[in-house]
Design a binder for this molecule. Structure first.
Ligand code: GLN
Ligand code: ZN
Length: 767
């Protein structure tokens, strides 16, 4: 019979219980036992929920107090020396120190690096390996959690990150050897773990190998073969799980692994099914990832059932598992948590819990076939069918005016006057000094501000009072910036809770949820808005605040907008039209906002695109197309302004070296970009490619509480001047200041201004 299964469930709890438990523990408000109890509660709730939904293969060890990659490193004993050798830490505190660093004055330890988990918004901790790294079984977490579930009467399928992906996701330190050279040392520990799991009663184990969807060299494919030759029957039956894409050229290798089952992501890679059905060896079970684990839409159950039926005919029912495409970690926990969602849109959605029911429904439908289908299943299928039909036809999702406007977009809307010509006009209009100083947009989101926002949302503070409060915040910020001597000012973004949600709340085609949280890293969660229909702007979204700020000063105030690609990237997007089309609609809405800002007297407009790099597809062959349309979307959003209006953009969170040509094609007048954490290695790139437009390489790391000193910033600036001309260099921090305190921001800005003045002086010709 087909097996209803799941690959992983959100760990944060239905109401972000884990976040609260972690933060209480870190703040010393609760004990390790309290934290363990909270974690156990979440696991129990999740297991029970999945079993009750009819999931037969319920995952365990998908829970984590921080991150599953870090858990794997700890399980394998790969603890970097700086943490292993620190005395006086409990295992738990050492674990958190690895994830978050240890702020202990002189003996502080920097955290391990964190980076994005494939193309998701989840971040994992990058394992660190030394040459001849020792691996040994150092934690029994997978077994403990298996037994914990078993005691509740649920036999789970433990999930462990597979050895090859684990190594590939790590970083070798102090050697140029590749991480796969460690494969032989890591495999015995995996073998040992699998034996122990079998001994504990596990029938299946899921080894996640998402790296199998990447472009891989032949040696890596050989490593896969070698690894699973050892693990294939070391313990429980092994399911190798691949997700986030099509296996492409790696499909034959994956199908040939000597394991019991292979999971395929048929949402991202539907095309691989035919080849897989044809070539799957005789005993291999295929786990078919048909319910989208990366998005929030209800599945097309009829179409999916058709696909599953085809697979079942080809393989036989005992060789089919029905599953979400990937772990449900990337979607919110439960739609039932939403009490204020638009009723139409709500009917189109499925969050984690609803997706489990879809999997169970599909599996049951497959098992019974059309003739003996129980009523409940027939009803569920009919309800999904009706919801989908309603969504497809809904005037809520389709706006003829938006589509008409999209069709009318012409070539010239992507182009501005060449940079040289318009920059001369901007110089004349703005009269900025050399090395102009500015910030990235946000100022501290203080406790007072958060309290006022919460009160206003709850209706405890009158809108007019909240408005007055925001104005006073802006006034203070403008006064401060004038006093400290910054050249280009900002209003401070106090009215914004979040740079994407703020705009989502003001654009048609979007809904925002109340509790649709998704883990980003550790205790941090994000609440992506949902794009359900054609996007349009009802009216100006930002001009009131920006114009008010501008009215207080004669220096230019930058208008602040979130760019189309970032809006797209940090939202759940509709799945009924290509991403690039949705992105173009966003671009048109933002373009309209730039016109309104201009009309309100704003002379500089920044369109933030921090997420442009992270939208890059996982496979090389798909990258060119993405960069084409994403750069075009930015150009469409930013090219409607007059020549003398200066367009800025800002990017952060990643290295940009490999997309620098695309960045140049965005053709922003000024680009502020994160470089300080990499000690400005980005400058090497600018030495290599000629980039004439303005650049503000971030001169200090805003994510560190350390206040920079002017001398340090000067060093950075002088270094920048070895590859950039004095006319193109801007001086700014490397990101927005919203996470900092004013006590840190004041001296930091003062240092920036001082450093710029000093370097400016040194540039004057001496007569
Ligand atoms: N303008 C935004 C801010 O300053 C940019 C944030 C970002 O880069 N993520 O907060
Ligand atoms: Zn930034």
């Amino acid at each position: 019979m087909p097996i209803a299964s799941n690959l992983g469930f959100p760990r944060i709890g239905p109401d972000r219980e884990l976040k609260r438990a972690l933060e209480a523990y870190w703040a010393g408000r609760s004990t390790a036992d309290d934290l363990a109890a909270a974690a156990r509660d979440i696991r129990r709730t999740n297991w029970q929920l999945q079993a009750d939904a009819g999931i037969e293969h319920v995952p365990s060890n998908d829970f984590s107090l921080d991150d599953h990659v870090l858990d794997t490193a700890v399980m394998l004993g790969a603890i970097p020396r700086r943490f292993a050798h620190r005395a006086g830490l409990s295992n738990l505190d050492r674990y958190f120190a690895m994830a978050r660093g240890l702020a202990d004055g002189a003996s502080s330890i920097p955290a391990m690096e964190m980076t994005k988990w494939f193309d998701t918004n989840y971040h994992y901790i990058v394992p660190e390996f030394e040459p001849a790294q020792d691996f040994h079984l150092a934690s029994t977490k997978p077994i403990d959690e298996f037994l914990e579930a078993k005691a509740l009467g649920i036999t789970t399928r433990p999930v462990i990150l597979g050895p090859v992906s684990f190594l590939l996701l790590g970083r070798m330190c102090g050697t140029s050897a590749g991480p796969l050279t460690l494969l032989d040392s890591v495999l015995p520990v995996y073998e040992q773990m699998l034996e122990l799991l079998a001994g504990a009663g596990a029938e299946w184990v899921q080894l996640d190998e998402p790296c199998l969807v990447l472009d891989l060299p032949r040696e890596t494919l050989r490593a896969y073969q070698a690894a699973y030759e050892r693990l294939g029957d070391a313990g429980p039956r092994v399911l190798v799980a691949t997700y986030f894409g099509d296996l492409g050229a790696n499909l034959p290798t994956a199908l040939g692994l000597p394991v019991a089952a292979l999971h395929l992501d048929l949402v991202r890679g539907p095309g691989q099914l035919s080849a897989a059905l044809e070539r799957a060896p005789r005993n291999l079970v295929l786990s078919l990832g048909v319910v989208d684990g990366r998005n929030v839409w209800r599945a097309d159950l009829d179409a999916t059932l058709g696909l599953l039926t085809r697979a079942t005919h080809a393989l036989g029912p005992h060789r089919v598992m029905v599953a979400p495409s990937c772990s449900l970690l990337h979607v919110p926990v439960d739609l039932d948590n939403e009490t204020a969602l638009d009723a139409d849109v709500r009917r189109w959605l499925a969050f984690g819990t609803q997706k489990l029911h879809e999997v169970a429904t599909l599996s049951a439908a497959l098992q019974h076939g059309p003739d003996t289908m129980p009523d409940a299943i027939t009803d569920a299928l009919a309800d999904a069918r009706a919801a989908l039909a309603q969504r497809r036809a809904s005037p809520r999702a389709h706006d003829a005016a938006v589509q008409e406007r999209q069709r009318a977009v012409s070539e010239d809307m992507f182009r501005r006057t060449p940079y040289r010509a318009r920059s001369t006009q901007q110089e004349r209009a703005l009269k900025l000094p050399q090395l102009p100083t500015t910030t990235i947009g946000s100022f501290p989101q203080t406790a007072e501000l958060r309290r006022a926002r919460a009160a206003a949302r709850a209706g405890h503070m009158a809108p007019s009072d909240y408005d007055a409060f925001l104005r006073s915040q802006i006034e203070d910020a403008i006064r401060f910036q004038e006093e400290v001597g910054l050249d280009v000012l900002v209003h401070g973004e106090f009215e914004r809770n979040d740079m994407v949600e703020y705009f989502a709340e003001r654009l048609a085609g979007f809904v925002v949820t109340q509790r649709g949280w998704v883990q980003s890293y550790g205790s941090r969660c994000v609440k992506p808005p949902i794009i359900y229909g054609d996007i349009s702007r009802g009216g100006a979204m930002t001009t009131t605040w920006t114009a008010f700020a501008q009215s207080l000063t004669s220096r230019p105030v930058k208008g602040m907008l979130t760019g189309p690609v970032t809006m797209l990237q940090w939202s759940f997007v509709r799945d009924d039209q290509p991403r690039d089309e949705t992105c173009r609609q966003l671009a048109l809405a933002i373009r309209d906002e730039t016109a309104d800002l201009e009309a309100a007297g704003i002379r500089i407009i920044q369109i933030d695109e921090p997420a442009i790099r992270e939208g890059l597809p996982l496979k090389t062959e798909d990258r060119h197309e993405y960069l084409e349309w994403s750069v075009n979307a930015f150009r469409l959003a930013s090219s409607g302004v007059r020549d003398e209006t200066q367009v800025h953009t800002h990017m952060c969170y990643s290295a940009f070296d490999d997309i620098i040509d695309a960045v140049a094609r965005m053709d922003a007048d000024v680009l502020s970009i994160e470089t300080s954490r990499s000690d400005m290695t980005l400058l090497d790139t600018f030495a290599r490619v000629s980039y004439p437009n303005g650049i503000g390489p971030g001169v200090y790391d805003v994510h560190s509480p350390a206040v920079p000193v002017a001398a340090e910033i000067e060093k950075h600036l002088n270094k920048a001047l070895t590859v950039l001309t004095p006319d193109q260099l801007w001086v700014n921090p490397d990101c927005g200041l919203k996470t900092r305190r004013w006590e840190e921001v004041r001296p930091s800005m003062s240092a920036i201004v001082q450093a710029a003045a000093h370097v400016r002086q040194s540039l004057q010709p001496t007569i």
